[in-house]
Design a protein around this ligand. Structure first.
Ligand code: GLC
Length: 435
């Protein structure tokens, strides 16, 4: 259960480090409300009121195979579905509650999900909420929809965390027993601090040590995130891009940034704050250049359909990935190499990839690479880029570019930026550069 570092990455987790890019899918009753997956608590809804959505949830257009195809063609290697979000509605056939999609919709979405992903050759991921605003034993706290009710604090002692904990463990056991191999589990989330006179919840409440041990026993190869309030296999920065490879106590750790398309995880009809497709690709390049993974979210709508904007974004990213896959999948941070201004680097074996976040005019100067590159090309069309070395002694003249610091390799670029979201240059490094 030790923290996973670059050095002790387990062989069965290698697929994750290679994939680099995955799809997150937030889908549940809140997709019907269509105003953020936290709608139950944002609007202080009672259980009786909120659970009526179960009656009106008719996701006739949810098609796990279509989502798997979209993920696959976007160049993703895995995908993660919400089994249960904080609202407590279960998207599988659970025998521990009737608040399930099986009971209400006669559909087991987790079953549909795992079957579709496996058929598409994607690794199977599940998200599971530790919080549960529907369960009668889940004690109130500062995130709970009832936190402001006059009688909430009095009602609090009736709720027994031990009962809820059993429910939580039972359901996780069910999910990891009945659906074959689950490759990845995203628990969400811990908040072990006080606020507003309420106590939050952390590892003692969830029984995290026992829970994680059970997960590993049931699914020995699984990758588990760090939101149980104890270290596991990766850290999960959310809605921000780390500014450097992530470390804990000075040691590199496996990480995955999870990102939304518009700031909301669940379908949010009136929120049009969408990230552009080129921003998404730049975020992907940036992530891999720092040795991380990107888990990109979509929120299917109230009928289960992938919204046109989400579909368009995945398709555009997919067009880029079709040409630039080698700079992402199986690639890592290019340690020991310095990126030129306005670019980030990734590396895969003897290939160094320069992701040009903006397009310079004419020349690209690469410090310390003189004599270390066998061939240079644009990745999108495979076309050669001429290499030169300006001797440090030459001075820039009227029409002649000047010398560069010793060791600089200069590439000649076409004036026209290739028509792709982020142009990438592929360098074949010579054995010298790899020492
Ligand atoms: C947060 C939110 C949640 C979302 C998750 C994704 O912890 O509570 O709504 O599902 O992040 O990482």
């Amino acid at each position: 259960m030790s923290r996973s570092s670059a050095a002790d990455r387990r062989a069965d987790h290698r697929w994750f480090d290679e994939a680099r890019f995955g799809l997150f899918v937030h889908f549940g009753l809140y997709s019907v409300a269509a105003r953020h997956e936290w709608v139950m608590t944002r609007e202080r809804r009672t259980v009786e009121d909120y659970e009526r959505y179960a009656e009106f949830f008719e996701p006739d257009l949810f098609d796990a195979s279509k989502i798997a195809t979209l993920a696959k063609s976007a160049g993703m290697g895995y995908a993660v579905l919400t089994t249960k979000h904080h609202d407590g509605f279960c998207m599988w056939d659970s025998r521990f509650t009737t608040y399930t999609s099986m009971h209400h919709q006669h559909r087991d979405f987790v079953r549909e999900w795992v079957d579709a992903l496996r058929a598409a050759g994607l690794k199977v991921g599940l998200y599971h909420s530790l919080l549960d605003w529907h369960h009668p034993d889940f004690p109130y706290d500062f995130h709970h929809p009832r936190r402001d009710d006059a009688d909430a604090r009095d009602a609090h002692p009736e709720r027994t965390m031990a009962e809820y904990r059993t429910y939580l463990h039972n359901q996780v056991r069910e999910l990891l027993t009945n659906y074959g191999t689950i490759d990845y589990l995203f628990f969400d989330f811990s908040y072990p601090w006080e606020s507003d006179g309420w106590t939050g919840k952390g590892k003692e409440d969830w029984g995290s040590d026992e829970l994680l041990a059970m997960v590993r026993e049931l699914q020995p190869g699984i990758i588990v995130n760090d939101r149980l309030d104890i270290p596991a296999d990766l850290v999960t920065p959310e809605q921000y891009q780390p500014s450097a490879p992530m470390e804990i106590d000075g040691e590199r750790v496996r990480w995955e940034a999870c990102q939304t398309l518009n700031g909301s995880w669940g379908y949010d009809r009136d929120n049009l704050d969408f990230k552009s497709t080129d921003l998404i690709v730049r975020m992907l390049s940036d992530t891999v250049s720092k040795g991380g993974n990107l888990l990109l979210n979509i929120g299917p709508d109230g009928r289960g359909a992938v919204s046109p904007v989400d579909e368009h974004t995945l398709a555009e990213v997919g067009k880029w990935m079709r040409l630039h896959r080698n700079a992402i999948v199986g690639a890592d941070a290019a340690e020991g190499f310095t990126a030129p201004e306005g670019a980030v680097l990734t590396k895969r074996g003897d290939r160094l990839y320069i992701h040009l976040l903006h397009w310079p005019f004419g020349h690209l100067h690469l410090p310390d690479l003189a004599g270390k590159v066998r061939f240079a090309r644009l990745l999108n069309d495979g076309s050669e880029l001429k290499m030169t070395e300006f001797s440090p002694e030459t001075v820039a003249l009227t029409t002649e570019p000047g010398g560069q610091p010793a060791g600089t390799l200069t590439l000649e670029l076409p004036v026209r930026r290739p028509d792709v979201l982020v142009p990438v240059i592929e360098l074949y490094l010579s054995p010298d550069a790899l020492r």
